[in-house]
Design a protein around this ligand. Structure first.
Ligand SMILES: *Cc1c(COP(=O)(O)O)cnc(C)c1O
Length: 220
């Protein structure tokens, strides 16, 4: 099927409450334009370099999301335009985002990435680390960030029950923190689910999915 057909099939399938981030990593700008021309302008990249190269040549009204691991020294490159950073996993990184956001006279929306998978390889905070960060004095002083939600990735397995359980654990944590609103913490978004597991994620409370290969085909 074509990119257009894949995109339309997935969109038709998503509840209205779920926002679709089209994951464009490794794909050239002309492929992104195909999606854009079909009326979708919300893209996610996992590398800063690739993100800024594409942002520079594509239309200005695209919403760019950084979904992959972010190093503090690269924040400055995306701070002028990034619309949501899904992968915040330390107070140090958050401080740098706040600083660069301030320089650009804007507020940057961030999700805390929480580790919910069984694998050792994935980035993220534990539930208790995320809880401490949300309650910390250091966070209260940051005026140019908004923590708008949480992100999690499930274990890469065919065991759907396990995947569901992992997503439920993040939803449960999200619900327990949802009412703690401050000037820079407003938990509304729960970013869970990729091509292989977005349906399970939605069934378990996701309202933002990050989908790449189901739209573009397998990455080489
Ligand atoms: C690549 C990636 C996705 C999308 O994966 P697909 O399997 O292609 O849908 C989602 N989230 C993150 C963080 C990614 O790096």
């Amino acid at each position: 099927m074509s990119i257009k057909e894949n995109l339309n099939t997935i969109k038709a399938d998503l509840p209205q409450t779920v926002k679709l981030i089209v994951v464009t990593k490794t794909h050239p700008a002309d492929k992104l334009m195909e999606v854009y021309k079909n009326g979708h302008a919300v893209f996610g990249e996992n590398k800063v370099q690739e993100l800024i190269e594409k942002q520079a040549v594509l239309p200005n009204d695209i919403e760019w999301h950084l979904i992959g691991h972010l190093q503090s020294n690269k924040v400055k490159h995306i701070a002028p335009f990034v619309s949501l950073i899904h992968s915040v996993d330390s107070i140090k990184l958050l401080k740098e985002i706040n600083k660069q956001a301030q320089k650009n006279d804007r507020i940057i929306n961030c999700l805390l990435q929480v580790f919910i998978a069984e694998e050792e390889t994935k980035f993220g905070l534990s539930f208790s680390e995320a809880g401490s960060l949300l309650a910390s004095e250091e966070l209260k002083e940051m005026k140019n960030i908004n923590i708008s939600g949480l992100m999690g990735m499930s274990t890469n397995t065919n065991n759907e029950q396990q995947i569901a359980k992992e997503f439920q654990s993040l939803k449960h944590f999200f619900d327990s923190k949802k009412d703690t609103k401050t000037h820079n913490v407003n938990l509304e978004t729960i970013s869970m689910g990729m091509s292989s597991d977005y349906k399970i994620a939605i069934d378990n409370g996701s309202n933002m999915v990050r989908v790449g290969s189901s739209i573009f085909g397998k990455r080489s």
